[in-house]
Design a protein around this ligand. Structure first.
Ligand code: PMP
Length: 351
């Protein structure tokens, strides 16, 4: 039997017109800032700018708030999501967290199917939003969660709404309608290159399509893990993966393979040199953006930083970080100092 839905914040409280006040957490999705990270790459032409869009400022903490919100809203307008239904998906990553947050704000129950060995901090964030978790075998990884999710859906198809981010065109549409216009406006139309990592491909496809419509000369470049076995959470190595239905490689101007250790190194540099602690996929996107920027005499390169680093405290990224700092301590080099920087740029050049 369909359960009565609890009233949403919107339904319970009238909107008040006050400055600097938003009505719901969902009004905070998007409008993220661009920060200048050009200082990280001393060898660039003085007429090149490197700007990072900080998606960690979204209320759910990542770029995935945008497509999750768009897909849920689209479900509501199409009627696929209605009172009595539960939002169901099989993602332990940022999309799961975004769906859990949005479900809480809109008073829809959320069930996420996850491999049992997903990190403790992920489980805690999802629980904090009141979402329910069903665990699949840790040995079967994310494919096991996908299969279990399918079985649950097949048993009771009428009970659930599944956003299906890999095949749902509303995923890139979210970026076409929000990320793209934000970048265009924030750069006064001066952006020349756009770089983003590929997971579902929603960000690079949707944002790229919008920017190219505004100026066909804008180059759209994807960052991809260089190997099937990588440590770049959130990103996909396409050659060894099921290719998402929304991903169309022919619409990209280029794709840059990124080694995991090079991405981690850049994350550590961003933290110690710019005071910006981001996730490993941001390091990967930055690696690609630096390659693009180094080849330019002039231009404005915009790169997406998908989330902040504090959600990876129990991953290899953080463990590697501790080792990295320790090595510098033993060598007597303070991270972020001129001596440290010169050592690192020598190593970067020799790669
Ligand atoms: N980085 C992180 C941390 C992510 O969670 C994701 C989404 N899987 C991406 C990058 C890639 O974004 P997209 O799915 O839009 O390609």
């Amino acid at each position: 039997m369909a359960r009565a839905r609890r009233a949403t914040v919107e339904e319970q409280t009238p909107r008040l017109d006050l400055p600097s006040r938003v009505h719901s957490v969902l009004d905070l999705v998007g409008h993220t800032p661009l920060v200048d990270v050009t200082a990280l790459a001393p060898g660039l032409s003085p007429r090149v700018r490197l700007l990072a869009k900080l998606e960690g400022f979204n209320p759910g903490g990542s770029v995935k708030d945008r497509p999750a919100l768009w897909m849920v809203r689209h479900g509501l307008t199409s009627g696929a999501l209605r009172a009595g239904k539960t939002i169901l998906d099989s993602t332990s990553g940022n999309t799961g967290i975004a769906l859990a947050m949005i479900g809480a704000a809109l008073a829809y129950p959320v069930v996420l199917v996850l491999p049992e060995n997903v990190s403790e901090e992920r489980k805690r964030i999802i629980t904090a939003f009141g979402a329910r978790m069903i665990f699949s075998s840790g040995l079967e990884g994310s494919d096991g969660a996908i299969r279990l999710c399918r079985q649950i859906l097949e048993k009771e198809p009428g009970s659930y709404f599944k956003p299906d981010q890999y095949f749902n065109p509303v995923n890139p549409l979210a970026h076409y309608e929000s990320t793209g216009p934000e970048i265009w406006e924030a750069t006064n139309g001066s952006v020349t290159h756009f770089v983003a990592g590929i997971g579902t491909g929603g960000t690079v496809m949707g944002t790229g399509r919008y920017l190219k419509e505004r100026n066909p000369k804008i180059q759209v470049v994807a960052a991809e893990p260089d190997d099937a076995l990588h440590g770049l959470e959130g990103l996909k190595h396409m050659a060894s993966s099921i290719v998402p239905g929304i991903y169309h490689e022919d619409q990209l101007d280029g794709k840059i393979p990124v080694p995991t250790d090079a991405a981690y190194e850049l994350v550590y540099q961003l933290g110690t040199r710019l005071g910006l602690v981001v996730g490993q996929s941001s390091g990967a996107a930055l690696f690609a953006a630096l390659q693009v920027a180094h080849d330019l005499a002039e231009g404005v390169v915009v790169v997406i930083f998908c989330d902040f680093g504090d959600r990876y405290l129990s991953t290899n990224l953080w463990l590697g970080w501790a080792e990295w700092l320790e090595k510098r301590r033993v060598r007597g080099t303070q991270p972020g100092t001129a001596e440290d920087r010169s050592g690192r740029s020598r190593r970067a050049q020799s790669k």
